[in-house]
Design a protein around this ligand. Structure first.
Ligand code: NI
Length: 186
């Protein structure tokens, strides 16, 4: 078990598109394990590799007591949408109503290099969309409506973790745990 530091908003890795996984090797399996352990410890419902500073297209989830992971995903989204509060482990203690597709069909690979298809709705669909966004360098506040985004930016600027990262001129680090995102932090 190896817990990794979760990178916070302000860290450039979170806005950098991640690279596809090429080698399905032992290191990849360790990455999946580290992501899973770190997500559970946070606690969170999902975690993407860029959030622990690894710019590869890998993420994990823990939704409805089911652990999962997906590598090099591509998504088909339903036209039907859902509204609900969403948070992110890279934005401690913050959550906002975020519109997402209601259902998703995600195609990708497991850590053994076998092709997999994951179908999900509601919270699992939300988690998969949120994590796939992380792989594209997109964070959930990019998905908020204009008014909510303004509120989010103000909350972020006023947050202790963000202020600390600015004052040090370095990447922010986690000091508080657990991160209260009401069970909806990804
Ligand atoms: Ni997130």
């Amino acid at each position: 078990m190896s817990l990794q530091q979760i990178r916070l908003f302000g860290d450039p890795v979170l806005v950098t598109p991640a690279s596809p996984v090429v080698d399905f090797d032992k290191e990849l399996r360790k990455l999946v394990q580290d992501l899973t352990d770190t997500m559970i410890a946070a606690p969170g419902a999902g975690l993407a590799a860029p959030q622990i500073g690894v710019s590869l297209r890998v993420f994990v989830w823990d939704v409805d007591e089911q652990l999962g992971h997906l590598i090099n995903p591509s998504l088909d989204l339903s036209e039907e949408t859902q509204e609900g509060d969403e948070g992110c482990l890279s934005f401690p203690s913050l959550s906002y109503p975020t519109k997402r597709a209601m259902r998703v069909v995600a195609k990708g690979w497991n850590m053994h290099g076998e092709p997999v298809v994951v179908e999900g709705s509601e919270l699992l669909a939300r988690a998969i969309q949120h994590e796939t966004d992380h792989l594209d360098g997109i964070v959930f506040i990019d998905r908020l409506d204009v008014e909510t985004r303004k509120i989010a930016m103000k909350d972020i600027r006023e947050s202790e973790w963000f202020a600390e990262s600015i004052s040090k001129g370095t990447s922010p680090t986690i000091k508080i745990s657990p991160h209260n995102t009401f069970g909806k932090g990804f």
